[in-house]
Every structure is written in C-alpha cells, then in structure tokens.
Design a protein around this ligand. Structure first.
Ligand code: DX5
Ligand code: ZN
Length: 219
C-alpha cells in the first residue's frame, strides 16, 4: 500500500494567524506545508513572499513545500531558499532557462519541483525529469483555492507515472487544485504520491483538520 503524503495549502488558512494554523496542521498529521506564493502577475492574485515565510519558519519543523506562481522566478529563488523553503517548485513558463533554475535550486541544497498547468504538456519538463524531485500537476488554473477539479489532467498523471516507471525516475508526483475526498481517490489511482489540499482540509467536517488530513491519508 503506497503511503500518500498530505501537503495542506495555507492559502485556505486564516492569514491573520498563519503561525497558529501551521502548528495545528503539524499537530493534525500534515507531512509538509504547501505555501502558495502568488505575485499578481503570473497569476491574478497576490499572497505572501519571503519575509512572511521567514517568520513562519519557527512554527514548524515540517518541510515548506513552496509553490512559486511568480514570473520572473529565477532571480527570486535564493530569497525563498534563505527564507526557509525546503522544496521549491516553479512553473516552466516563468523562467528563460529551466535547467539553470533547476541547477540554482539544487546548488542551494533544496529539492526542486516543476509545476505543470492543466494546459501545459509533460513535454515542457520531459528533458528534465531525471533532475527533479517533484512534478506538481495542477488540476486547476492557478490563482485561487476552492476551484473545481479539472478531470482532463488525470490522463497526464497516468502518462507521467508510466514514463517514471519505464525510465526508473525518482521524482514524486504531487497534485494541486480541487482535491477533496472524491477527487483524491482518482488522483491516487492515477499515480499521485502527494496530495495538496486547502479548502477540503480547512472547511470539511467543521474544519476538523485532523479528521480531514487522516481521511485523505487513508484514500
Ligand atoms: C492554486 C494553488 C492551490 C490551491 C489549492 O493556485 O496552487 O494550492 O490553494 O486549493 P484547493 O485545495 O482549495 O483547491
Ligand atoms: Zn499550490
């Protein structure tokens, strides 16, 4: 039985008490914390940056799974590394040179992820699959929590999982967007290892974080 990891998205947390909510997520069994960074340019929303991440670092030992929805991205990588990111995931469209950005993240001793939007094919990352730790499959168009799961991405996960098996790659497959108690089953069956979820974890069962995280883990 594959061990599914849960990376709750703090986009759905209470931004007036992010530290407390991160502590609650850790106490509720989260495996890492998904930090959605948005710049109001790559996506039509604006969230948090390095100073906030730095201040949150002391609240948990859990890995910060930092999802950079920013463009340009390369020149800011070190700021997120210094702020305490453990996994740094970027969108290929936001860098002029994917390999250079991968190498920079690795030079900082951080794990590297590439995120594929629903309309971005695997070919955008295919030549780098041997170098990355994570492929983040977006099952919504990035920018907001609470959106509906785009089922079309399932065939992309199946294909990516097949490529991973055939080529014996070691990257993990993470999915992000519209993940609830039903869509998580579809994602895991298709080959996903890590589930990102914001709305379902923070809102279902009257916001019982432990119950929601444990339910997703047992999918
Ligand atoms: C969207 C973010 C996702 C989002 C997930 O741009 O990357 O991480 O917060 O939220 P839910 O789980 O509510 O779809
Ligand atoms: Zn995200």
């Amino acid at each position: 039985m594959k061990k599914i990891q849960i990376s709750p998205s703090i986009l759905s947390a209470d931004f007036s008490k992010l530290g407390d909510d991160i502590k609650r997520l850790e106490d509720s069994g989260a495996d890492m914390i998904h930090v959605d960074v948005m710049d109001g340019h790559f996506v039509p929303n604006l969230t948090i940056g390095p100073p906030v991440i730095k201040s949150l670092r002391k609240y948990t030992k859990l890995p910060f799974d930092v999802h950079l929805m920013i463009d340009p991205v390369h020149k800011y990588i070190k700021d997120y590394s210094d702020a305490g990111a453990d996994i740094i995931t970027f969108h290929p469209e936001a860098t002029g040179n994917i390999l250079q950005t991968i190498d920079l993240i690795k030079s900082l001793n951080k794990k590297v992820g590439i995120s594929l939007n629903p309309d971005t094919e695997i070919t955008a990352a295919e030549e780098h699959l041997d170098k990355v730790d994570l492929i983040l499959i977006m099952s919504v168009y990035p920018g907001f929590g609470g959106q509906k799961f785009i089922k079309d991405v399932v065939k992309k996960i199946v294909k990516l999982n097949q490529i991973r098996a055939d080529q014996k790659f070691r990257f993990k497959i993470e999915i992000d967007g519209g993940i609830n108690f039903e869509t998580s089953k579809i994602a895991v069956e298709a080959g996903v290892d890590i589930l990102v979820s914001g709305t379902t974890i923070f809102k279902e069962n009257n916001g019982d974080l432990k119950k929601n995280i444990q339910t997703l883990k047992q999918i």
